[in-house]
Structures are given as C-alpha cells and as structure tokens.
Design a protein around this ligand. Sequence first.
Ligand SMILES: Cc1cc2nc3c(=O)[nH]c(=O)nc-3n(C[C@H](O)[C@H](O)[C@H](O)COP(=O)(O)OP(=O)(O)OC[C@H]3O[C@@H](n4cnc5c(N)ncnc54)[C@H](O)[C@@H]3O)c2cc1C
Ligand code: SF4
Length: 588
Amino acid sequence: MATKLPHTDVAIIGLGWTGAIVASELTAAGLDVVAIERGPWRDTARDFSIASVPDELRYVHRQELMLRTAQNTVTVRNDPSETALPMRNWGSFHPGNGTGGAGNHWAGITFRFQPQEFRLKSYLQERYGPTAISDELTLQDWGTDWNEMEPFYTAFDRIVGTSGKAGNLRGQIQEGGNPFEGPRSEEYPTKPLRQPYGPVLFAKAAAEMGYRPFPVPSSLISEPYTNPLGVTMGPCTFCGFCTNYGCANYSKASPIVNILPALVRRQNFTARTNSEVLKVLTDSTGKKATGVLFADTSGEEWEQPADLVVVGAFTFENVRLMLLSGIGKPYDPSTGEGTTGRNYCYQTANGVQLFFDDKNFNPFIGGGAVGMGIDEFNNDNFDHSGLGFFGGGSIRVTPIGAAPISYRPVPPGTPAWGKEWKKATVKNYLSAMSIGCEASSYATRNNYLSLDPTYTDRFGRPLLRITFDFPENDLKMAQYCTSKVADIARHMGPRQIVENPMKGHWNTVPYQSSHVVGGFIMGENPANSCVNKYLQSWDVPNLFVVGASAFPQNPGYNPTGTAAALAFKAADAIKNIYLKDPGPMVRT
Ligand SMILES: Cc1cc2nc3c(=O)[nH]c(=O)nc-3n(C[C@H](O)[C@H](O)[C@H](O)COP(=O)(O)OP(=O)(O)OC[C@H]3O[C@@H](n4cnc5c(N)ncnc54)[C@H](O)[C@@H]3O)c2cc1C
Ligand code: SF4
C-alpha cells in the first residue's frame, strides 16, 4: 500500500531538459511543483570536477552518467515477426539518469527544425504531388507551425546562451549563417565558437564547391553569458572531454547548469530524487490524472497526488509510462489502429573518413558541438524529383575530442591488433578526420513501440519493446547524401577516403545515435496522434507528455532544441490557457 503525500499543483516526472523547463516556467507562475526523478541529484561542482571528469574509461566505457540496464532497459527486434531481446549494454541510446538527464552528457548541437518540417506531409504532397509519398512511410503533420514555435525556440536559446550565427534574421538572409533556417526573431545570444582546423578545411572546400557553410549552432558557449534566470556560464576551452561527460567549466549548457540553480531557490519547488515513477494514476473514468505512483530505492511506494501531471521522462519512458498507465490505445501495426507507440523513429547516421599525409588536426582539441556544417542536402533543401526517397542530412565536421582509448582511425585493411595496427594508429592519429551526416528518419507502419510480453523490470513491469529497421526510403537517402559528402571529401585532397553510409539492418551494438523520437506523437486530431499541439493528452486533459516522443518523424537535425521549445510551449499553454479554463485546449 503506497503512502499518500500532501497534494501538489503539478507533479513532473523526470528532471532532464524538458522536465526542468516546465518546472521552471510553472514555479515562476506561482504553482507548487514536485519533480520526481529516477536517478541521483547531480551538481557540477561536486560531480564534474576538472580533476575527475577527463576519464574516458569511467564516462565513455563504464557509462557513469547513464541509466544502468539492470535498473531498466529496452528490448529490441527488427520486425514484428521476431522475438525481441533485452539490451544489456548501451551500444546506442545512452539514456541519462539523475538530475539533468542526458542533458549532462549530451553533445550540445542545438538546431531548430525548418518551417516545412512541422507540416511535412502536406508540404511534400504540395511540392511533389498527392501520391508522391510511398506507401512505406506514415509521415504526418505536427498540428503546429513555425510561427507558433519560433518564440519558444528563442526562449530556449536565451536559457542556453546558444552560440552561432543567424542565417535568416526576420526574413533577411545573413552572410555566414545557415541560409536554410527559418526566420529567427533575434541573433544567437552568443557569437560562434572559434573553429579547429578540420572544420576550417571543410568549410573552405564546401564554399569552393558553391555551398554555404555555417558554424554549427551550439550549446557550448563562446563567451561569458548570464541567462534570464541569472545563471552565468564561462567560455568553452575545447577540452575534448565533452560528449558523454559533464562539463567542469560551466560552458556546456545543461539543466543542472542553466536552470536548477535558480529552481532550487524557489520555495514552491520540490525535487524527489532516487524515486522512480511506476505509473500515472487516473480516476475511475480514466479521463483525469490524479497523481503519480513512485518507488524509492528501498522499493517503498509513494503516491503523489496532483492537479496536473507532466511527463518528461525521455521518449522511451514517456511511451512506456503511458502504456503501463493504460492511457491511449496501443498501436497495432497489423491493423494500423491505436496511437500509443506509433511513428517511432531514429536518426540515420552516415559519414566519410579522410586520411591525409600532410595535415595535423590536433584531434584532442574539440567539443561536442564545435564545428562547421552545410545544409544543402538536408530535409527538402534539394529537389527530390525522381530520386526515389525523401529526407536528407545535416553534413558537418564536429571534432568532439579524440579520446585516447576510442579514437584510433585506421584505413580499411589494417590488421585489428599487433605491430601493424600500432604503426597505423601512430601514422593516422593526427592526420585523419571525418565528415558526418546526421540524417532524417521517417516513420513506417512497422516501426513502433510496445510493451514486451516476456521481459520485465525489477518491479515486474514489462520492459519497453522497440520494433525498428531502417526503411528503404532512408537507406536510399543515406547512399545519396553520403555520396555528396564524399564529393566534398575528395575536394579536400586526402590520400584516401572511406564512405560509411548507413546500410543493412538496424542493430544496437555500434553507437549510432541517442536521438529516438515518436511513440506519443502530436497532431491535429486524436485519430492519428496522442497529444495536441500543446502536448496535452487528447484522452486525459490534465496530463502533458513533453519531449521528442511527440515528433511524428525525425528530420536531419538533433532533437533537443525542438523538444525544449515544445516544453516551453506546453508550459506557456498551461499558464495562459489551461489554468483559466481547465479542459481540452484543442477541440476537434
Ligand atoms: C551522448 C548523447 C549526445 C547527445 N547529443 C545531442 C546533441 O548534440 N544535440 C541534441 O539536440 N541532442 C543530443 N542528445 C539528446 C539529448 O540529450 C536529449 O534530446 C535530451 O536530453 C532529452 O531531454 P528530456 O528531458 O526529454 O530527457 P532526459 O534528458 O533523458 O531526461 C529525462 C529524465 O527523466 C528521468 N526518468 C526517466 N524515467 C523516469 C521515471 N519512471 N521516474 C522518474 N524519473 C524518470 C531520467 O532519469 C532523466 O533524468 C544527446 C544525447 C546523448 C545521450
Ligand atoms: S569542450 Fe567545452 S563545453 Fe565541452 S566539456 Fe570541455 S569546456 Fe565544457
């Protein structure tokens, strides 16, 4: 029997970017908020000291900041006909645990999605004809648009201090920025980072080929910055221990750097850490959330009653909690009915390695989001007529820092160990680089999330089951975009290039991406989506599910800028619409 805690206005599940943003906005509006976080409290000064953070073994290989798979994991399979097996090591995904979530060990690339993305299906049908989208794909519009999103992207940029150069300022294309971005209402809060040699060389070659390179928008800060919550950050030192690590320098934006220091000073905010939410509780009608049930580390159960429940537990756990709580109808790929779990998408990671004889890139200098990119082959920025696929990728060089254990670039044919391998690593360590292409992932009927019928967690609850494989559309796109990357690589004049387009079946062993989206998607109506444009559940109006679980498909960009903008949007709607008239905010 769970112990009942005092009532609160809002219970938030998870204290990553999305949960922290909603907590910050709602406490500022005077609501009492209790945030319940599965992992421990994390703090830069104590947890990410400069003396202990640069430890590749601890953070990359032993995955210090990630969820333990013994606590919770997912099961995986490629096809609905297969039996899924549990992941026991995080090859892919690298989910966060503890305050800050994956926002502690993320890379920090902070793109906005392009305007056409929010109405992708309609846009492609208008441009290429009503039957142009293949039957394989289940693309969808988001139910919102650029004009509604832009103020919330700006709100996130101000919190983060995003560094970059505007490419489109209020409709005017700007020299040196990304000309394909939607019109921004203001310049980036901080100027672009200085660029290491690899990105400089790439940008020069891209410009010579007629493309328009721009500095990758980054949550790594280029100059001192104080955000609207009064939190100050310092400039990045390119230390190279960035992705998979916490930043000791207060230079990489994260919820624990940019939001929690202000949040913990508010009397109406409470955080309960080391507490795992087991389900969202509803009343007898199933149409009203009454709070959440959670367990502490000893297994003792607690009930937190609340007027509003906000779920910000990352794509996988957002969807799992909805399925475990009986909210929404589970998606069935054989009939296409049901919405919870549908349109699960990933990211299609591609790249080209370049081996030079006469260059020294000093690859240990870098950071998760330092680099230059081009967008000519992303999304629908090029004509797809006759290509047989839609989508594309963001092409960029982002030297994250060449860690001593993992970074051993050697050309194909090099022995995997021994004297020849050692010689090759010495020869190539300083003079190799790579160009990445982070590309779109489009939804299909058979890629979805559901509860696993076999495997359970330590509380006996079913694990989340991922059914996913790369669609034909995305594999063709990967080949095409990688060939464009290879053209730029050749123009840079290396001794040898190696093309690595995504190919074959999806598997979880190599790290590909942590960008998993969909499963509890937003849309225009409850027939094909789970939440409305305010991230409000169609079925349970006092429940909001925030995060990339709301994306109906994934463009060729990193997701967090958009997940965060949606969290601001949901909080804004709660404050300005819902509280005045509690109930569904979109009626169909
Ligand atoms: C290595 C890596 C690099 C990345 N790089 C980039 C990048 O460059 N750009 C980009 O845009 N994105 C990047 N991402 C993705 C980015 O980190 C996520 O999009 C972002 O952190 C998601 O925020 P969130 O609030 O939705 O989820 P999270 O950050 O995962 O936070 C969710 C929180 O909920 C907690 N939680 C989960 N379940 C429960 C439960 N049942 N009860 C209580 N608490 C729970 C978790 O412990 C966690 O703290 C990267 C991710 C990783 C792992
Ligand atoms: S590279 Fe910069 S932002 Fe990243 S951890 Fe180092 S100092 Fe921090």
